[in-house]
Ligand binder design. Structure first.
Ligand SMILES: [Mg+2]
Length: 270
């Protein structure tokens, strides 16, 4: 996998969630070839930069790119919804130190401050549900529930318990939840990438399918907003409210459809 040639003056910035948006675990291949064609076409005709904005860790994302047979690398990657990486000229992802270090420092400070509150949430979750509490390197506080309904209950309870905490946020993706700093999520990460490449909101596209995409699917972050047909109902409703586009098709064909809707991509040949 190689990085695409460097763009001197990019005109468009495209941000895609990975799981459930580009990647269909049951698909063969998991990402439709039409998507890659659309990216190359938009790059050539619209000066588009493209990236993946995911809750996966970098290691897990690289695995996903290989499994999905990506032939070229994204121009940027946001992992764990908050850390930014750019590929170098030999195709290796390099962290954006200034942003990532600040993010880590702010997060650690907040987790320290929120220790009591997190303990209270953990006790409630362990007392009332069968969900698992996660605490490990790189993943300081998170929850994995057994079902979506169980996570619905947990999220409702977290809302109630954190009503007075201004900085503690969380990102949910189906049965997974990760605590974090409200200032660092897919929306603020995409804004930082946009700032780095000098891209105004009017030239930004974002697409995702689940709760952790909420902040980037926002008219203040991206002018062009979309979600695939397989998105969770809350995201579909949110995208409609933001004046965005809900594709009729699922996963990467839904992405292809949305790109066509906004940027008039021709019919797929594959
Ligand atoms: Mg997703």
């Amino acid at each position: 996998m190689q990085a695409l040639p460097h763009h001197e003056s990019p005109q468009l910035l495209l941000s895609f969630d990975f799981d459930g948006t580009l990647h269909d675990p049951a698909g063969n291949p998991p990402v439709a070839p039409a998507f890659f064609q659309a990216i190359q076409w938009l790059r050539a005709t619209r000066g588009a930069l493209w990236g993946i904005n995911t809750g996966r860790s970098m290691e897990h994302l690289v695995q996903g790119l290989i499994e999905s047979r990506f032939t070229f690398l994204p121009d940027f990657a946001v992992v764990r919804e908050r850390e930014i990486f750019l590929p170098n000229n030999v195709g290796r992802f390099v962290p954006v130190r200034q942003w990532n270090d600040q993010c880590e420092a702010d997060l650690q400070k907040l987790l320290k401050k929120s220790k009591k509150l997190l303990k209270k949430i953990r006790d409630e979750v362990e007392e009332h549900t069968g969900a698992q509490w996660i605490e490990q390197t790189g993943e300081p506080a998170g929850i994995i529930s057994r079902t979506d309904d169980e996570m619905n209950w947990i999220v409702k309870r977290i809302f109630e318990l954190t009503s007075s905490a201004t900085e503690l946020g969380w990102q949910r993706n189906s049965i997974y939840l990760r605590f974090g700093h409200k200032n660092y999520q897919k929306g603020s990460s995409l804004c930082e990438v946009a700032r780095m490449v000098g891209m105004p909101t009017e030239n930004i596209f974002a697409m995702g399918d689940s709760h952790n995409d909420m902040e980037m699917l926002d008219a203040d972050v991206a002018k062009f907003i979309a979600c695939p047909a397989n998105s969770v109902p809350e995201i579909k409703a949110h995208v409609v409210l933001q004046g965005g586009y809900v594709s009729d098709q699922n996963y990467s064909m839904g992405v292809f459809e949305a790109l066509g809707h906004f940027f008039h991509e021709p019919s797929p040949t594959a």
